[in-house]
Design a protein around this ligand. Structure first.
Ligand code: BV8
Ligand code: ZN
Length: 246
């Protein structure tokens, strides 16, 4: 098993070093070591709440108080978390020119806080607010209290995240597809590869002959399609790869 791991780590290191346009796609697993609960894990966010019931426009229309309670609980929790060595390694690789961009499904804002610049938050960011009626936007730096009201039209404000059944932001998607088009290597870090359309992004890179490096503590539907599957925690594997690349 160890041999296999060393072999995979060596293979991944070579792929990264030889990459021409390396991108990373991240999910909740990269924030797990920052103590942000994942969605589907044993202690997943969705254990206490059924997010399929809460992260939807209908849920918000029916009970904005409950949905805001869930989001301000998450904002409060995330405020106490900090980026971990996995986030920090990606910042270092961006600064050294290895990593061209990050496509993240996470709404926790930890990549931003770590210092990543070339970042595409495809599901939005739970610190940004938008009005349900007009084009008012705002940024939060503390958890919301109750149901925030729009100062310009007095309708409800909502978290500026993509809920189930909602389309992803067109402009962000155009940038994402252009990144995927240029990528010859895509690292897929800490995602269950279940939520569409994000789960299909690595497949687009693979279809054009690109290589996939998956970092996860368990197998996912992507694993059989990955060039290399590195089994383990992102916060340990990424710094290890960084040491070997240096
Ligand atoms: C869309 C923002 C077009 C909100 C999120 C039926 C009805 C309606 C829709 C659908 C349907 N069937 C399919 C769909 C499409 C739907 C979808 O994909 N559903 C799935 C669940 C079947 N998608 C959509 O609705 C999307 N929109 O398709 O628009 C459309 C329009 C109308 C009608 C139909 C389609 C919008 C999807 C976006 C939803 N918003 N978040 C919020 O967060 O509050 S999704 C949510 O899941 C998060 O963004 C999260 O990032 C994302 C994916 O989860 P993961 O990040 O992968 O996290 P997860 O917990 O699942 O996994 C963690 C992984 O990490 C695990 O693999 C674990 O092993 C690993 N891990 C754990 N610890 C570590 C680790 N790895 C490494 N190191 C560790 N330490
Ligand atoms: Zn408004």
């Amino acid at each position: 098993m160890i041999m296999q791991d060393e072999l995979s780590i060596k293979q991944a290191t070579n792929i990264i070093k030889q990459s021409k346009y390396l991108i990373a796609m991240t999910g909740a697993g990269i924030s797990r070591e920052s103590n942000v609960p994942t969605f589907r894990g044993a202690d997943g966010l969705w254990k206490q709440y059924d997010a399929m019931q809460l992260a939807t426009p209908d849920a918000f229309r029916a009970n904005p108080q409950l949905v805001w309670e869930w989001y301000s609980w998450r904002q409060d929790l995330i405020l106490k978390c900090s980026p971990n060595p996995a986030h920090e390694t990606l910042v270092k690789w961006e600064q050294k020119g290895y990593l061209k961009s990050i496509i993240t499904q996470n709404v926790d804002g930890l990549h931003r806080r770590a210092g990543s610049h070339s970042l595409h938050e495809v599901h939005g960011n739970l610190w940004t607010l938008k009005c349900t009626s007009c084009d008012y936007h705002d940024q939060l730096d503390a958890p919301a209290v109750g149901v925030p009201i729009c100062p310009s039209c007095s309708n409800h404000l909502r978290p500026d995240v993509v809920w189930f059944g909602e389309n992803l932001n067109q402009e962000i998607m155009l940038n994402v597809y252009s990144e995927l088009d240029k990528a010859d290597v895509c690292m897929v870090i800490g995602t269950s590869a279940l939520v569409q359309p994000a789960a299909s992004f690595p497949l687009l890179v693979r279809e054009q002959g690109g290589l996939i490096i998956e970092v996860n503590i368990e197998e996912t539907p992507l694993t059989p399609l990955a060039t290399v599957h590195l089994r383990g925690k992102a916060g340990e594997i990424l710094p290890l790869l960084d040491k070997l690349i240096a």
